[in-house]
Design a protein around this ligand. Structure first.
Ligand SMILES: Cc1cc2nc3c(=O)[nH]c(=O)nc-3n(C[C@H](O)[C@H](O)[C@H](O)COP(=O)(O)OP(=O)(O)OC[C@H]3O[C@@H](n4cnc5c(N)ncnc54)[C@H](O)[C@@H]3O)c2cc1C
Length: 431
């Protein structure tokens, strides 16, 4: 039974940032009658070339949030395989994992560019949010604060190029889902964000090139090379934009944006099959990123909580960033819902903050670093013998059932917070 108005322990959540974490959190809360105000600094949803693949743990949450059907319809069904290649040895395939073994699994990996994920999430917030989600663009959070009974965000409101109006919005809790440059995090901890920024630049581009097909490439291809490591993955759907690929590679630090663009043809020649010249391919979009592995010491300070990139970031190799964002949002939604509905008390928010942070430190940080070092600091000629993960793939190669089990297994980065709900309904009346 939902709580009566009198029983409700809180009324409203304020979420900074309409990225995947913010929109997903708002959507999941709305399904349990919890209103939220989502403040987004930009005048639109993020369109940059970032995440494209989300592992099984994230997919399970997408399904719970009722998003999966639309994601599947918009994306490619799944990769046939992901493989690792030796760039210096003519990009020879070293080992792969057969993802087609999961093709009948509902919760198999999701493959869809983040901008499309966001558009679908936004549509669901509007159409399925029970009128409880108020998303406001051109609302840039500049400061947050709290006292014993409420939290607030100070906000600059206005379109780009206009003089902004200053407003204050109040709520019971403020959740910082405002990404890696989080203002909410800076308000809590200043510039203190333990971890490191890697000395390299990540070049990301959408590319049309028929050489991939000609050379029999498909799926996802991790490129092992100390100079230009990366991930080259198919993005297009057969029959529509089948030749569209996402080429992501690392270049040394220290150059200007223009110099990175000037160095790109040489990198493409090295990485792409057929060693193409610029006239052989078309680049439609491009973005440059610095990469980091960092995590805050605390994800909750009173009525202000952090989730996803606002709290912790990792390099993108292995697809742990958005996956962690989704797990944070899903976990925090379960905690707030449990508290709101009387199945848990407020201390469940501390559990969220401690457990999700520890999951990042113990697993996401370590594994994403290993993924990064595997392609950027490993001798590709001996990687099959020296790298335990590639060795494991070699061990299960050709065994469809073991491969399927490996891909679908419960991951240690997941956590079910509903196990902390009170089981006895009578307990509810004590809150
Ligand atoms: C090249 C690249 C490839 C990647 N590939 C993958 C992948 O394949 N799989 C994967 O799982 N992850 C991947 N990631 C990581 C993933 O994109 C991020 O982890 C994810 O987007 C984090 O989501 P978020 O909601 O925390 O933050 P964001 O996506 O950054 O969203 C934050 C939102 O908050 C808004 N905002 C910022 N400041 C304010 C403010 N002051 N007030 C109001 N709003 C504000 C922003 O405009 C933005 O809309 C990749 C990242 C990069 C750079």
């Amino acid at each position: 039974m939902p709580p009566t108005e009198k029983e409700r322990p809180f009324e409203k959540i304020l979420i900074a940032g309409a990225g995947p974490a913010g929109l997903l959190l708002a959507l999941m809360l709305s399904q349990h009658g919890i209103p939220s105000l989502v403040l987004e600094a930009w005048d639109r949803l993020d369109e940059r070339l970032r995440a494209t693949q989300y592992g099984v743990p994230a997919t399970r949450i997408f399904r719970r949030a009722g998003l999966l059907k639309d994601f599947r319809e918009a994306g490619i069904p799944t990769f046939p395989y992901i493989c690792w290649r030796n760039v210096k040895d003519s990009r020879k395939k070293l080992i792969g994992i057969d993802l087609s073994t999961t093709k009948d699994e509902e919760d198999r990996m999701t493959v869809l560019p983040l901008n499309m994920i966001l558009q679908i999430m936004y549509k669901h917030c509007i159409e399925r949010g029970n009128g409880l989600i108020d998303i406001r663009f051109n609302h840039k959070v500049t400061n947050v604060g709290q006292d014993g009974s409420k939290a607030w965000a100070d906000v600059e409101v206005g379109r780009p190029g206009t003089v902004p109006t200053q407003l204050r919005f109040e709520a019971d809790y403020v959740i910082g889902c405002d990404g890696g440059s989080s203002v909410v995090r800076k308000c809590l901890f200043g510039r203190d964000w333990p971890g490191e920024t890697f000395d390299c630049k990540l070049m990301v581009q959408n590319v049309f090139y028929d050489g991939f097909d000609k050379h029999g490439w498909d799926g996802g291809n991790y490129m092992i090379d100390e100079e230009h490591f990366g991930l080259i993955a198919k993005r297009g759907k057969a029959g529509t934009n089948g030749n569209l690929w996402r080429v992501t590679y690392g270049d040394a630090g220290g150059f200007s944006d223009e110099e990175y663009i000037a160095r790109r043809p040489e990198a493409f020649k090295r990485l792409l099959p057929g060693s193409p010249e610029p006239s052989d391919y078309t680049i439609t979009d491009t973005n440059q990123f610095r990469i980091h592995n960092r995590c805050v010491d605390k994800m909750r300070v009173g009525r202000i909580l952090l989730a996803a990139d606002a709290a912790h970031v990792c390099n993108p190799f292995g697809g742990y960033g958005c996956m962690s964002a989704v797990l944070d949002a899903g976990g925090l939604a379960d905690c707030l819902i449990g508290y709101y509905e009387g199945w848990a008390d407020e201390s469940i928010l501390d559990l969220y903050a401690e457990i999700r942070r520890q999951k990042f430190v113990d697993y996401v940080d370590r594994r994403s670093r290993k993924n990064f070092y595997r392609i950027s600091r490993t001798d590709a000629n001996t990687a099959l013998e020296t790298d335990p993960f590639l060795g494991l793939l070699k061990d299960i190669e050709g065994d469809k059932e073991r491969t399927r089990q490996f891909l679908m297994k419960w991951s240690s980065i997941e956590y079910d917070f509903t196990q902390h709900y009170r089981k006895d309904k009578k307990e509810r009346s004590k809150i």
